[in-house]
Design a protein around this ligand. Structure first.
Ligand code: TMP
Length: 217
């Protein structure tokens, strides 16, 4: 029998939106439901990707360089981690993916979406997340959470207007792909967020596994 491919889940949100609080929990929730899961991240996810992450988070560089490095790391990640896992029937939970490039480079840094679309088509025309959870909070909340955190990287140091544009670009992605996205109101208490996420994860597992092609509608 043809093995059903795994489901590709991505988690997104501006820095300080609270996404990291829930990733490991979500992986464990899927495992509890009997799903084999790989948890990974971008930038990063491979040995080379982690080196590129170090570069993009610390070194000043031209916007085109930054965008190309995001996609260089992504290409390696897709070919060596994401696609092999999905083909083997393993689910992939990825902390950020191409929506982050649309949001940060396209929106935050005002590159716009056209170049990103070209790179997306080149690098992964045949792969899109099946489900994306966008962790969303008003900017004031995100900024306050960031202010309490450790040393800030090159993106986290950006000003309010940058994050306003980044958040706006995320919302534009939600408008373009309403079927794929679910918005998480990350101002709610952690337990409330988890309860709602648990229901949504449960539903995703049921619908994904019930479909012959393994893709949710
Ligand atoms: P993280 O702190 O959530 O791991 O993300 C690292 C930073 O990288 C975060 O500020 C967002 C940024 N980023 C981009 O600017 N473009 C991208 O394509 C990705 C994946 C991340």
């Amino acid at each position: 029998m043809h093995k059903q491919r795994g489901c590709f889940i991505t988690l997104e949100g501006v820095d300080g939106a609270g996404k990291s609080t829930h990733i490991q929990w979500m992986v464990e929730e899927l495992q509890r439901l009997g799903i084999k899961v790989v948890s990974t991240r971008e930038p990063g996810g491979t040995a080379m990707g982690e080196q590129l992450r170090q570069l993009v988070l610390t070194q000043p560089m031209a916007l085109k360089t930054e965008t190309l490095l995001m996609f260089a790391g992504r290409c390696e990640h897709i070919e060596t981690v994401i696609k092999p896992a999905l083909s083997a029937g393993t689910w992939v939970v990825c902390d950020r993916f191409t929506d982050a490039t649309y949001a940060y480079q396209g929106g935050g840094r005002e590159l716009g979406g056209d170049c990103i679309k070209v790179l997306e088509q080149w690098v992964h025309a045949d792969l899109q997340p099946d489900r994306t959870w966008l962790f969303d909070v008003p900017l004031a909340v995100a900024r306050e959470r960031l202010a309490r955190s450790r040393e800030l990287d090159r993106f986290e140091q950006e000003g309010e207007a940058f994050f306003e544009r980044t958040r706006g670009a995320y919302h534009e992605r939600v408008r373009q792909y309403p079927e794929r996205f679910r918005i998480v109101d990350s101002t709610l208490p952690i337990e409330t967020v988890r309860q709602s996420l648990a229901d949504q994860v449960d539903e995703l597992v049921r619908t994904f596994q019930a479909r012959p092609s393994g893709r949710p509608s």
